[in-house]
Design a protein around this ligand. Structure first.
Ligand code: ZN
Length: 341
């Protein structure tokens, strides 16, 4: 399923309403060369814990501190690459409601030409999705470092995004296919929180497989308003799972569902700049496109065949089926155009 509102999280954050937050005392970062001695190359266990397990329960100030830790790590890590650069990355981090020049962040210089204060859109700290925060902050820090320390104006975001992915995956590792298979084999013994954890790990595998910048946020036990034919949907770039997902006893059906929804996010990315006939067909079929060719599923599912012939649904089904086969499963309902019988 895909909703007309579906779009990537980045847009959601960019368009989020700006609220004022009380950020507490600005962090005073030590100069890069000193900090590098302690923090270079390693992700501190507290930093990892703050993002991996505590993020949703942290106060705004706690998140502010966690992001400060992250920036300090990036600063040390990049400073450790010894380019002879002594211009520090942000030494104080101040969440701010201010958006200068239409950007989500800006930074100011101190007298010594160094970057002194980084201001960001405070809405960024309000997201519950820790992986998105890491991706954004590490990417910004990389861009600032290259511009100010190396004099490199990056023509696009590729290097910064890839650097941020590396940092993110140190905190949220991409699981091996074997560990996913193990969770499937043990599915009957997993309680709901353990199943949520297994699904989130799986989402990291799929995001990596699809080449997404970062995995989407996945919400569980979202109430099903009846407008969906399946047990999950993508709304505003978030995979929303209905209660049935966690009580489903066939793990392959669950993972197929998540892979299907995440493939819709991949499609949304691709149709921003379609490169071939397949992607142009997805663009025409996407529900948010004016005069979209998308056929909605009737409540009684009487038009299931026509629905499954939607270009984006067929592609999502084919991809999800491929993943199911990859996990060693042979089950599942057939559908038109299925090359994985
Ligand atoms: Zn779908």
């Amino acid at each position: 399923m895909v909703t007309p509102q579906a779009q990537v999280n980045a847009n959601q954050i960019a368009n989020a309403s700006i609220k004022t937050v009380s950020a507490g005392t600005p962090l005073n970062f030590p100069p890069a060369k000193n900090a590098a001695q302690e923090l270079r190359k390693q992700i501190d266990s507290t930093l990892k814990e703050n993002f991996e397990n505590r993020w949703t329960n942290l106060s705004t100030n706690g998140r502010y501190q966690a992001v400060g830790q992250l920036l300090m790590h990036v600063q040390s890590d990049l400073g450790g690459k010894d380019t002879g650069c002594d211009v520090p990355l942000p030494r104080q981090f101040t969440p701010s409601e201010i958006q200068k020049n239409g950007n989500d962040y800006y930074y100011e210089f101190d007298d010594a030409r160094g970057v002194k204060v980084l201001h960001i859109n405070s809405a960024w700290l309000e997201t519950t999705h820790a992986q998105e925060v890491i991706q954004k902050m590490a990417s910004i820090a990389h861009k600032i470092y290259n511009r100010e320390c190396n004099g490199i104006m990056q023509p696009d975001n590729t290097a910064a995004v890839n650097y941020a992915k590396d940092i993110r995956e140190k905190i949220f590792p991409v699981p091996s296919i074997d560990s996913i298979k193990k969770n499937c084999a043990n599915w009957a013994n997993l309680n709901a929180p353990a199943r949520e954890k297994a699904i989130l790990e799986f989402s990291r595998y799929i995001a990596s497989d699809l080449g997404l910048n970062y995995p989407p946020n996945v919400r569980f036990n979202v109430s099903n308003d009846g407008s969906q034919g399946g047990n999950a949907c993508v709304r505003d770039g978030v995979v929303e799972c209905f209660p049935e997902v966690l009580t489903e006893n066939n793990p392959y059906r669950v993972l197929e569902l998540i892979a299907h929804e995440m493939r819709h996010i991949y499609q949304e990315e691709r149709i921003k700049n379609p490169q071939n006939d397949t992607e142009r067909a997805w663009a025409a079929n996407t529900p948010s496109t004016p005069n979209s060719t998308y056929v909605r599923l009737n409540a009684d599912q009487s038009n299931l065949d026509a629905y499954e012939r939607n270009a984006i649904e067929m592609d999502s089904n084919i991809y999800a089926r491929k993943i199911r086969r990859l996990l060693g499963d042979t089950g599942g309902r057939d559908f038109p155009g299925n090359p994985y019988k």
